[in-house]
Ligand binder design. Structure first.
Ligand code: SAM
Ligand code: SF4
Length: 334
């Protein structure tokens, strides 16, 4: 039997067991709070980590106590044969939880292969059920495909399936209640994510964030009373609520109004092989060079430990000192 893994503890005592892997910075839609409308800057193909490289890194991370992996992007389903990577990651000793975050456009076509590869946890990004508003937000006419993807995934038995909706003020208010109803009817959770300063065009300001408190009020008035639910995992970022009538639950990723940095358990690998200790970090550490340069697993373990040791206490979105990171959301991996 192998020795138990050395844990990844930072200088604030936070345990890191959660790895987010971006498999591409490309996307097939153009959400305005993430990507520019035109001329998105992409990493050249040769710089993108191959599946074997990601698998090796994940194996090394697992040897350091990582148990959960979320695959994201850009849009992960635009990467060819994503199911092959999912299967490889799921087979790594110590990895007990694999999830994919997708915009759902290609989900109907790929859901079966992903299910067969062992994937069950999916977050599907959907802000609105209105075709025109979907076009306005994503600059693409793909709502019907996202809805077909959700239907197909539920039909196959994926679960938990969560819907991610970005909460932008003066934009998505008309969608809050319909989206929660849609989720309730399907027995899935909707998570409202407060708009974060990670858009490619520098449009964010604090006044444009639709805060969790306001959304709770809208849901209470539009659907019915909610109550807070203590999360079984106190390190999970979402604040959980459920409708008192027992039909459905809601989550909030309230990075702006209720930052969860003190409980953060994540490290992030970008599609071009840079390791980050925070979505908002100003620094990255090159892993690709080691993976491609003949470094040993132990060299890479040292690098990961070093990144976690340098981790800061948290982002400072709510202070005048805050500076947005140089890469937008699609390039880091959300
Ligand atoms: N393309 C996939 C998707 O959209 O789900 C995966 C990558 S995307 C960057 C991951 C998540 O980031 C999405 O669910 C989206 O809701 C969220 N997101 C993107 N830009 C954001 C922003 N500026 N603020 C808050 N959340 C954002
Ligand atoms: Fe693409 Fe996801 Fe960014 Fe939207 S949020 S542009 S779907 S990567």
């Amino acid at each position: 039997m192998n020795a138990p893994p050395a844990k990844l503890l930072d200088t604030f005592g936070r345990l890191h067991d959660n790895l987010r892997v971006s498999v591409t910075d490309r996307c097939n839609i153009r959400c305005y709070y993430c990507m520019p409308e035109k001329d998105a800057q992409y990493v050249p193909h040769a710089e993108i980590l191959r599946y074997e490289e990601i698998e090796r890194f994940a194996r090394i991370a697992a040897s350091l106590g990582v148990t959960k992996i979320r695959v994201t992007g850009g849009e992960p389903l635009v990467r060819r044969d994503l199911h092959v990577l999912v299967r490889k990651l799921g087979a790594i000793e110590g990895i007990s939880d694999i999830a994919v975050t997708t915009n759902g456009v290609l989900l109907a076509e790929q859901a079966q292969a992903l299910y067969d590869a062992g994937l069950r946890r999916l977050n599907v990004h959907l802000d609105t059920l209105d075709r025109e508003r979907f076009r306005l937000i994503t600059r693409r006419d793909e709502l019907h495909r996202v809805l077909a993807g959700i239907d197909k995934a539920l039909e196959l038995g994926f679960g938990p399936l969560k819907i991610n909706a970005v909460a932008v003020k003066d934009l998505v208010e008309p969608d809050i209640v319909p989206l929660a109803r849609f989720a309730r009817e399907r027995g899935v959770e909707v998570r409202y994510i407060e708009f974060m300063p990670l858009d490619a065009q520098g449009l964010w300001d604090k006044g444009k964030v639709l805060l969790a408190g306001g959304i709770l009020e809208m849901l209470g008035e539009g659907i019915g009373p909610l109550e807070a639910v203590p999360d079984p995992d106190p390190r999970a970022p979402a604040l959980q609520y459920r409708f008192v009538d027992g039909k459905g639950s809601i989550g909030f990723i309230a990075s702006v109004s209720r930052p969860f940095c003190l409980n953060c358990n994540r490290i992030r690998l970008t599609s071009d092989g840079q390791l980050r200790y925070c979505l908002f970090a100003m620094e990255e550490t090159d892993v690709k060079g080691l993976l491609r340069g003949g470094a040993s697993d132990e060299d890479i373990r040292q690098l990961v430990r070093g990144v976690v040791e340098r981790k800061w206490l948290g982002h400072e979105i709510n202070t005048a000192r805050f500076v947005a990171p140089p890469r937008p959301m699609y390039a880091i991996g959300g």
